[in-house]
Design a protein around this ligand. Structure first.
Ligand SMILES: *[C@@H]1O[C@H](CO)[C@@H](O)[C@H](O)[C@H]1NC(C)=O
Ligand SMILES: *[C@@H]1O[C@H](CO)[C@@H](O)[C@H](O)[C@H]1NC(C)=O
Length: 390
């Protein structure tokens, strides 16, 4: 009785070991999950075969073989497997032409998608089942339609680069719930509307250059963004005032708001003289008033452009005394008076820039900074309320 029991147990154990061994062999062979294989097949099928060179990643995808099988005779690049699941879809860029199939959403273990620098077109399909996705790079394609709001449900997404496409519509308001998002690049699209009421709170880099965004910069949008280092919103239709809170954001380093329609600016000195701000470009707006002397209180500021606005009055002495300041562009305004001597006698640190196309007196042409000539006096007299000469 007991020996029979032992034999049957022994049998069970050896069957168990056999199963274990064969399972681990199949793991080594990496038999790809059938639904992942179907999704990859659909993905390749939606790309024009004439745009798939034989030397390319997709050219090596041969579905008579298993995608995750090792050694990799086929599927030599484009995917990464973990066990039997696809975790990365990172293509090369020979110029694949096609749509992105919605079936991509079946690759539910994907951590990274990079289809950059190809010719994908059509909408970005809903990706809400890709709950592990951390990186989404679709830059330099022809994706159209709006940014799918379902994208904002992906709570692991850290990096989103949709730049250089033809996306339209507004940024989804629900973007504020993307708590992992640190880098967002939407530059060079056709986005409209204003910035969302609230941006994701862990954002480090916000870029939406060259779109058609309008409205103003409101405090609530940027509230609590304690890590925001880069703001790149040039070439849009943003308007209104740049208020003191903006440059007081604690981690801010680089700001480009050039080529918008801002009309006013107010700058406060940084709290405790503590700020990482290095570069500011506010050129080509319609900002009126005096140059904000308080910029000089930002300890690391090394590049400042306020060119082609409607600034008037004198150049603050502080700008010429600021040691960190290397590039200074103030050309194309209505600045008057004599510029501080420091700019010309080696007292200032500024080594490049321009003070030209203003209403300055005594800008010595021997100085690089004064190469561009000043405005005709008739324009300056008009700007300062004098009667233009007839
Ligand atoms: C695809 O793989 C099969 C099986 O390994 C092979 O016989 C066939 O030639 C391959 N096709 C191409 C186009 O390489
Ligand atoms: C900004 O606008 C000016 C004047 O319209 C234009 O010359 C310049 O190229 C623009 N800059 C960019 C980066 O588009």
């Amino acid at each position: 009785m007991s020996s029979q029991l032992q034999i049957s147990q022994c049998l069970k154990i050896s069957v168990f070991i056999f199963v274990l061994v064969s399972v681990s062999i199949s793991v080594v062979e990496s038999i790809t999950s059938p639904s992942d294989v179907r999704a990859l097949q659909a993905f390749k099928a939606s790309i024009k075969s004439s745009s798939i060179p034989s030397y390319s990643c997709l050219g090596s995808w041969n579905f008579t073989n298993d995608p995750c099988a090792v050694p990799r005779t086929y599927f030599t690049c484009g995917i990464l497997c973990d066990g039997n699941r696809i975790t990365q879809l990172s293509l090369d860029s020979p110029g694949y032409i096609g749509r992105l199939t919605p079936l991509i959403s079946q690759l539910t273990e994907l951590v990274k998608i990079d289809l950059g620098n190809n010719k994908f077109y059509g909408p970005i399909p809903p990706l809400n089942s890709l709950t592990k996705l951390e990186i989404l790079i679709l830059k330099f394609n022809y994706f159209s339609g709006s940014i799918p709001p379902s994208l904002t449900l992906l709570k692991e997404l850290e990096i989103v680069d949709l730049s250089h496409n033809v996306l339209t519509g507004a940024l989804p308001e629900s973007i504020s719930s993307m708590n992992s998002l640190t880098r967002l690049d939407l530059s060079y699209n056709k986005l409209t509307g204003s910035l969302p009421k609230k941006l994701p709170s862990n954002l480090i880099e916000l870029a939406a250059k060259a779109n058609s965004l309008s409205g103003s910069l409101t405090k609530s949008t940027f509230d609590g963004l304690a890590q925001l280092e880069v703001v790149e919103l040039s070439e849009n239709w943003l308007a209104g005032a740049i208020e003191p809170w903006f440059f007081l954001m604690p981690a801010l380093q680089q700001v480009d708001l050039s080529n918008n329609s801002f009309t006013r600016i107010e700058i406060w000195k940084p709290t405790d003289m503590n700020s990482d701000l290095i570069a500011v470009d506010l050129g080509f707006n319609s900002i009126e008033g005096y140059l904000p002397a308080n910029f000089a209180a930002y300890p690391l500021l090394s590049s400042l452009s306020l060119r082609y606005n409607r600034f008037r009055g004198r150049i603050p002495l502080e700008y010429s005394k600021k040691e960190s300041l290397k590039r200074l562009y103030l050309d194309g305004n209505f600045l008057n008076g004599s510029p501080p001597d420091g700019f010309f006698n080696g007292g200032a640190s500024v080594s490049s820039g321009s003070l030209g196309d203003n209403c300055l007196q005594k800008c010595p042409v021997s100085s690089q900074l004064c190469l561009k000539s000043q405005k005709p006096s008739s324009i300056c007299q008009h700007a300062y309320g004098g009667k233009p000469r007839s």
